[in-house]
Design a protein around this ligand. Structure first.
Ligand code: OGA
Ligand code: MN
Length: 330
């Protein structure tokens, strides 16, 4: 085949494109074409960061540096090694609800300080499926070098296979690769807001089953999986959950743990779920954070999904996470 370059004469280029459709008598007619019905994503999106009707209010104790349009803010002027005064805790909680993920640069706190900070939001979670850090409440991710393989590079909400998935999590990076190793978050309220009305009507009141098996089974043998199955039977959650503090509706299905929609035949459920989980991929709903050692992210796990970009092996990336117990989604 002849290579086509910008200098190729038009006459020989035109051999690539067949002549347009012609009606009877050879007159040109308008061509029609279709793409898969759920494949079209373009156009203006509704990008609402705050619940409808909420007014923007200033912050008195912290400085907010927005990192995304609907999600993600760097918080300045806070030292997370220190106990939080109640007014500061309240402002951080408001910032968490309004921005969904908060970033704190250069904290470099101890595991104990990280646990104490997270404990301002509730009981700390233990996670028997992930590698333990300095205590049962600390999960340690040591990846890329000779560490464990990555499996956080899929859009997910943490532990939705629990009856009460985590409220949120606090992650600190201890060792960062020279390039890469970012984390991304997506706002599931924005994802819900932008669903077509026909889809909203289909999922209104629907429930889905969540199970740790698809996300974790391949990493463990039966001796570990069988007791884990007893501890974590499949659970049902609403496909659209309401945020207990903001009242916003949020899409609450994810690739790692949502297996099917209750009462739908398998093929229909697969099609609908694959469309729904894909909404986390829309860049307008996302923020991407580039880490330095000692940085902390604190996300609202009720309102978001996240994705740990796995692009840094053979370099090492070490992180520790503390998660806060959540409510039963409704
Ligand atoms: C997590 C997770 C993200 C990261 O802590 O739940 O998915 O960037 N990690 O390591
Ligand atoms: Mn995660």
């Amino acid at each position: 085949m002849t290579a086509i370059t910008p200098d190729t004469p038009v006459a020989s280029r035109s051999s690539l494109s067949p002549p347009g459709p012609r009606g009877p008598g050879g007159a040109p007619t308008l061509r029609t074409a279709r793409v898969p019905e759920d494949g079209m994503y373009e156009g203006r999106r509704t990008l609402r960061r705050l619940p409808e009707g909420t007014q923007e209010r200033p912050y008195e104790h912290i400085e907010i540096a927005p990192q995304g349009r609907v999600i993600g803010a760097e918080i300045r002027g806070v030292d997370l090694s220190q106990p939080l005064a109640p007014a500061l805790r309240e402002e951080l909680n408001r910032a968490l609800l309004e921005w969904k993920v908060l970033f704190f640069r250069g904290q470099a706190i101890t595991s104990q300080q990280q646990r104490d900070f997270a404990a301002n939001w509730g009981e700390l979670e233990t996670n028997p499926l992930l590698a333990r850090g300095s205590s049962d409440e600390v999960v340690r991710f040591d990846k890329g070098g000779s560490g464990t393989p990555t499996f956080e590079n899929v859009w997910h909400t943490d532990v939705t296979f629990r009856e009460r998935p985590a409220l949120g999590a606090v992650l600190q990076l201890h060792e960062v690769p020279p390039v890469g190793g970012d984390t991304m978050w997506a706002d599931m309220a924005a994802a819900y807001d932008n669903l077509p009305d026909t889809v909203k009507a289909r999922i209104d009141g629907a429930r889905a089953v969540h199970d740790f098996i698809p996300g974790f089974a391949r990493f463990y043998g039966p001796e570990k999986l069988i007791p884990m199955q007893e501890q974590f039977p499949p659970v049902e959650h609403p496909v659209v959950r309401t945020h207990p503090q903001t009242g916003r509706k949020m899409l609450f299905v994810n690739t790692s743990f949502t297996t099917h929609i209750v009462g739908m035949d398998r093929e229909e459920s697969d099609r609908l779920l694959s469309y729904l989980v894909r909404q986390a991929h829309v860049p307008e709903y996302q923020v991407r954070f580039h880490w330095q050692a000692g940085d902390i992210a604190f996300w609202d796990n009720r309102a978001t999904q996240h994705y740990a970009v796995d692009d840094y092996a053979p370099h090492r990336r070490v992180a520790e996470r503390v998660a806060i117990e959540g409510d039963r989604p409704f």
